[in-house]
Each structure stands twice: as C-alpha cells, then as structure tokens.
Design a protein around this ligand. Structure first.
Ligand code: UDP
Length: 192
C-alpha cells in the first residue's frame, strides 16, 4: 500500500510487514528494490522528473524521515512508523541470519565495507556475508561478475543518493540477486 507526497510514493508498511514481504520476495524469487524516502528526496524529485520516476519504480519506498510521518497524519494517511535505511538494513541482516539467506555489501571507500562486515558479523554471528566490494571500482564488468559470482540474496548498495538508485535500476536485471537496497552512508556509520 502506498501514499503519495508531492507525486512521490511512500509505502505504509511497518518493519514487521516489510520483513515478511521481503523474505517472501526472496523465497518466491521476486526481485525487489528498497529506497529510503525523506523530505529532501521528495524536494529534489520536484525538479527532476527522472528522479521522480525512479523513486516510484522502487518496490518499497520506506518512510525515512519524521517529516513524512507528520505529512501522512496531516493528510489523513496511515504512516505512523519511521523506517530508516540503516534500521532496515539491520532488520534484513537479522532476517537473513535467521533464515539462512546471504547478503553482499557494495559501496563506500576501500576498506569500509570490510569493517562494516566485521561489525555485522559481531552483531549477527550466523549471518552469511557472501562478499564485499568498494564503491570506487571502475571496471563495471568486474562489479557485475563479483556480485554474480557471490550470488547473494540481498545486495546493499552504498554509493550515495541518487547514484545508488540509478545504479540499482540499471543493473538489477543482470544480477543474480533478489533484493536490492540503497543504503547511502550506512557502511560508514557501521564501520565507525
Ligand atoms: N560512494 C561510493 N562511490 C562513489 C561515490 C560515493 O561508494 O562513487 C560512497 C561514499 O564513500 C559514502 C556513500 O557513497 O560511503 C555516500 O554516503 P552519503 O552519506 O553521502 O550518502 P547519502 O546517505 O547522503 O545518500
């Protein structure tokens, strides 16, 4: 279910519903794409029709920003729970470790994804991390081959916004991955 804010769709799912839906996407081999929506992205999309279209192409637009909750309440909507990009990442890592699904961390400066991996491993010892790759690799074929070789169920993409969202839409159909999430600076946060 979605609500629209200045033309941008936002899903009104709670964490619990998102976790359930995304695990079903993996089990039923449906590709899905998660984008975090905040008021800044909604404003950018007003001046950029391509970005608006891109945001609305995502499967789940999570309400990352209290401004969205306020706007939903004011317009009679039902979004009451904030879902941040990093908390969604953690929730998916927890689900992956509980259900034997694997993840891959792509993005951030060399060494950062590796440190984020160590942090996630200490939080979820059973988590299968199929691989990591920094976000400055220039060889596009190598990026694709590395991810396809690792065959993760979930790919977290930390290239900054909207670069990561464009990257996901351009590559999701050629990658052997079910779930894609753009996570901005989350690897930097996890590694720090
Ligand atoms: N980044 C990257 N490749 C690039 C440009 C940026 O991997 O070509 C990474 C950068 O190192 C940082 C993240 O993308 O880890 C962007 O974080 P930022 O907090 O700026 O993103 P936002 O959450 O604002 O979209």
């Amino acid at each position: 279910m979605k609500e629209k804010f200045l033309g941008v769709d936002v899903s009104n799912y709670t964490y619990a519903q998102l976790k359930e839906n995304i695990m079903s996407d993996i089990n039923e081999r449906r590709k899905s794409f998660i984008v975090a929506i905040n008021p800044e992205k909604i404003l950018h999309a007003q001046k950029d029709a391509d970005l608006l279209h891109l945001l609305n192409r995502a499967t789940y637009q999570i309400p990352d920003g209290v401004g969205i909750l306020v706007a939903s309440k004011m317009t009679g909507g039902s979004i009451r729970e904030r879902v941040t990009g990093i908390d969604m990442l953690l929730a998916l890592c927890e689900q992956a470790s509980l259900h034997a699904k694997s993840i891959f961390l792509y993005g951030a400066k060399p060494g950062v994804a590796e440190q984020a991996k160590d942090r996630l491993k200490s939080m979820y010892p059973d988590l299968q991390i199929a691989g990591v790759l920094d976000g400055y690799e220039k060889d596009k074929e190598k990026v694709k081959e590395t991810i396809n070789h690792a065959q993760p169920d979930i790919l977290f993409v930390a290239l900054g916004s909207p670069r990561q969202e464009y990257w996901i839409v351009d590559h999701m159909h050629e990658l052997d991955v079910q779930v894609f999430q753009g996570v901005g600076g989350s690897f930097d946060v996890l590694s720090g």
